[in-house]
Design a protein around this ligand. Sequence first.
Ligand SMILES: C[N+](C)(C)CCCC[C@H](N)C(=O)O
Ligand SMILES: O=C(O)CCC(=O)C(=O)O
Ligand SMILES: [Fe+2]
Length: 468
Amino acid sequence: MRSMVAARRAVRQSNFLRPTNQALSTTTIAPVSSCTQLRRVSDVSKRIPLPRVTSAVPNAKRQFATLERGVREDVILADNLYQNVDIKVTNNHVQVDGKEVPNIWLRDNCQCHECIHEATRQRLLDTFNIPKDLAIDSAEVGTDQSVNITWNDGHQSVLPGSLLRSVAGDAESRSTIRQGLTKTSLWDSTISKNPPLVSAADINQGTGLEDLVIKIREHGFCYVEIPSSDGRDPDFLLQTTQDVLKKIAFIRETHYGGFYDFTADLASADTAYTNIALEAHTDNTYFSDPAGLQAFHLISHTDGEGGASLLVDGFKAAADLQKQDPKAYDILSDVNVYAHASGNDGISIQPYRGFPVLEHDPATGRLLRVRWNSSDRAGIELPIERVEEWYDAARKFNDLLKLKENEYWEQLVPGRILIFDNWRVMHGRSSFTGKRRICGAYINRDDWLSRFKIARFGQDGVLKELGV
Ligand SMILES: C[N+](C)(C)CCCC[C@H](N)C(=O)O
Ligand SMILES: O=C(O)CCC(=O)C(=O)O
Ligand SMILES: [Fe+2]
């Protein structure tokens, strides 16, 4: 019988093939008797150098242990967050739903103008100069549940009720605003009947932008329609595309340039710049931080045919895979893969480390990002005697991506900009003949999500919850 210590070590080392659905950063200690699977795996894990995962906070450990990895379509609506939270002061300690809030947290989150710069919203307080024995002299709860505190060093703090109420939430509810969670509507080929769309005119008038980012967040993509009365002059279309995209956030520069305007001329050494078919993929698998959004706008296609665009909901396919074969889902979530972009002279871009095809938030278990580009794939981080396990799992995912019912094909047209979430939705195209000109751009994930969060929750809504 192995010792408990050895069993713990095995758990820590077994990044690959952990018990199903445990988040990567857990160190859940299973009783030795239930460690059969881990024991088997630990033999292999000796050969796979893995980082030591520790979890120093007992609460976090308990919280993570119950979380299941996967796609989650639902979300706690912001309006329903933190209802009926009890806030009181007992014996000079602040209690939120019966839990004592540490003084250091209260003092650190003081919102007064000495502690937070009014204009920049940055903390001015020297947190680690707060004496460890700081105590509350007196405190009272207001009708809006804000708490007024007088500290024993004389400082006065007001903590807004919204900030205190958020203390009652779990990792999932705290993510709603922080990560800009919203309802996720998974889709298949039938989305072609009624794809999400907003009009460029609405965006110009100011209302459409919110609608656009909210739709992209829910469905993973959205079209922007330029009224035909505005014309189809290529220069006008190029300019309008850029204007719309820059309203979301600034355009990201890469080795392909900034705003792109490309044809099949190998201007960059990448198959995107040819007329061959491209299977469903996400872009930038070779970056540690792949572009968050990607846009395409067909400016013209003459003297030929083909070049239809393909979209596949990567989250829907991932959810299907988890249902069909949870083990395959786990392999794609645990095994790191490298990618590269090496076509251009003097360039071989690779991420600073390998990343799995399916990446989850360790705190909530939610699927966050899909990376999938078989053309740009490089090394798989498994010893050669086990690498086939990854191929078997990836083949299952690939089969789902290629199901007719999961493929949404659409011929792009001048006047209709396609914008999609490159962390979720895969794109491809069929081969084509003739001259086909497409423009578009990449936008960073953090920047477009910031736009989304402000659109969805308002600046105040986002700011009121920064403390936890
Ligand atoms: C979009 N743009 C035309 C600039 C280039 C596309 C590069 C495609 C590359 N194989 C990737 O997957 O990232
Ligand atoms: O030509 C297309 O429609 C898309 C090409 C592509 O995948 C890309 O540029 O990222
Ligand atoms: Fe692409």
